[in-house]
Design a protein around this ligand. Structure first.
Ligand code: HEC
Length: 142
């Protein structure tokens, strides 16, 4: 019986240890994500906000309606339009190549931003989406 108790105590202690380590790991990942989101917001506000609007809300009421010049306005990227239907790879490709291939007019950012800044942009946009959309996105693409 005594051994059983000792074993259980050891077992429990082991559990606490590993969950502490796990919690620490989760925390480190969260800190990294928060830092990336902060960088992403700064990069966005410098390079993207003029077209995609504050917090990527868009700049027109209806992003599906063409502008007087016949072009489509930049869509919201905050979960209200289609961005969250697209894989990180596709979003990255739009950031790199702009809209030319899609018949659009978004400029390309391939050589203007570092890979870290581009990843940070994706993390920032993800952070703007409603929680249920984030969850759906992560299940599909992460
Ligand atoms: C000069 C205006 C302009 C700027 C600056 C701009 N965009 Fe765009 N963006 C657009 C337009 C317009 C579209 C729609 C496609 C098109 O017409 O080229 C678009 C589309 C996108 C899409 C695709 C959305 C989807 O539904 O998949 C993403 C992602 C995106 N932009 C991200 C960015 C990011 C990130 C930046 C900053 C690094 C940025 N854009 C800067 C105008 C702009």
């Amino acid at each position: 019986m005594k051994t059983l108790i000792i074993l259980s105590v050891l077992f429990l202690a082991g559990c606490f240890d590993s969950s502490d380590a796990q919690a620490k790991e989760v925390k480190e990942v969260e800190v990294k994500e928060v830092e990336s989101v902060t960088l992403g917001k700064a990069v966005f506000d410098k390079n993207c906000v003029s077209c995609h609007g504050k917090e990527a809300r868009g700049t027109t009421k209806n992003w599906k309606k063409t502008l007087p010049n016949g072009k489509y306005p930049a869509p919201p990227l905050n979960g209200k339009a289609h961005a969250w239907h697209h894989s990180p790879k596709l979003l990255l490709s739009t950031i790199n190549n702009g809209g030319k291939k899609l018949g659009g007019w978004m400029p390309e950012f391939e050589d203007k931003l570092s890979e870290q800044e581009k990843q940070a942009l994706l993390d920032y946009l993800h952070s703007l989406w409603p929680k249920n959309i984030q969850k759906k996105y992560d299940m599909r693409f992460k």
